[in-house]
Design a protein around this ligand. Structure first.
Ligand SMILES: [Cu+2]
Length: 285
């Protein structure tokens, strides 16, 4: 069973256009394709291919894969509007894996902000544990070429993109505490100015540890490296197999984001935990 849809939203004057689909066996739940904000390309693809869970006790580790096979319902698409100037569209799927109840929620706001969120409830084993949640963002800011990824460091050095903005010239994995904000931009200034997206930590995105070692990874795009839910094991995210020193300055860039969601057993299984980054446009109309 493949479920899919095309979104043009809001219908009377679309600011968001994209396609989404879920394919049996892909085990990354909803994959979004060719996301345009105000008619300008943002990403070729966005998805959540991997969740790894580590317990402080004799359980796991696990690799959880969101798929049609553990989705009791269907993909829900709905919108909300707290006030007339602020509207958002939600595309989400709900999954049950063992005792886990997981909601894969993607919020698209009419100001261009994207909020990919994983909501997690349920307790599989009575020990403190961490859910390491990996999103894959295949950025194509305006187009696939001329993209550049940067990390904002707490320093005054200016490498040419403003104080603290470190351009990634080669593929890399990174973790810092507190964790950093990243950006992907089109360095060709196709509309006469910089445009791109900032990727900032959400309030519960946590800190990397010895098991979930990265906050972000930046790599060159290669079609065969999109392994959907097949990348990684319970013991290793295997991102290192794709980060091997390639030049990515002005390349087609993929950015992985890993949130580290802490779940204490004393909180029980009823409380819903939430994590996920904040993707905010700059230079878009
Ligand atoms: Cu948990």
């Amino acid at each position: 069973m493949t479920v899919s849809g095309n979104v043009q939203w809001p219908p009377e004057a679309p600011v968001w256009r994209f396609a989404w689909q879920m394919v049996d066996g892909d085990t990354e739940a909803i994959a979004f394709y060719d996301l345009y904000f105000k008619d300008r390309l943002v990403m070729h693809k966005a998805s959540l291919p991997m969740i790894r869970v580590q317990y402080d006790g004799p359980a796991g580790p696990y690799k959880d894969q969101l798929s049609t096979f553990n989705m009791p319902g269907t993909v829900n698409v709905y919108e909300g509007s707290p006030n007339p100037a602020f509207r958002f569209l939600v595309v989400e799927s709900y999954h049950e894996i063992g005792h886990y109840r997981l909601t894969n929620r993607w919020i698209f706001r009419n100001d261009g902000i994207i909020l990919p969120q994983l909501l997690s409830a349920g307790l599989q084993a009575p020990y403190n544990h961490r859910h390491h949640v990996y999103w894959r963002f295949d950025f194509d800011v305006v187009g696939a070429s001329n993209n550049l990824a940067l990390e904002h460091l707490p320093v005054g050095t200016d490498w040419g993109w403003g104080p603290g903005w470190l351009p990634y010239t080669v593929e890399a994995q990174a973790a810092h505490s507190p964790r950093s904000t990243y950006a992907v931009l089109n360095k060709g200034n196709p509309f006469g100015h910089l445009m791109g997206y900032m990727i900032a930590p959400g309030p519960f995105d946590g800190a990397a540890d010895a098991f979930g070692r990265i906050d972000a990874a930046v790599m060159a795009y290669h079609g065969p490296e999109d392994l959907r839910g097949r990348l990684g094991s319970p013991y290793d995210d295997q991102l290192a197999t794709q980060v091997n020193g390639e030049n990515i300055d002005g390349a087609d860039v993929v950015l992985w984001w890993c949130a580290h969601l802490v779940h204490n057993a004393s909180e029980g299984g009823d409380e819903v935990h939430i994590c996920g980054p904040i993707l905010q446009p700059f230079g878009y109309p």
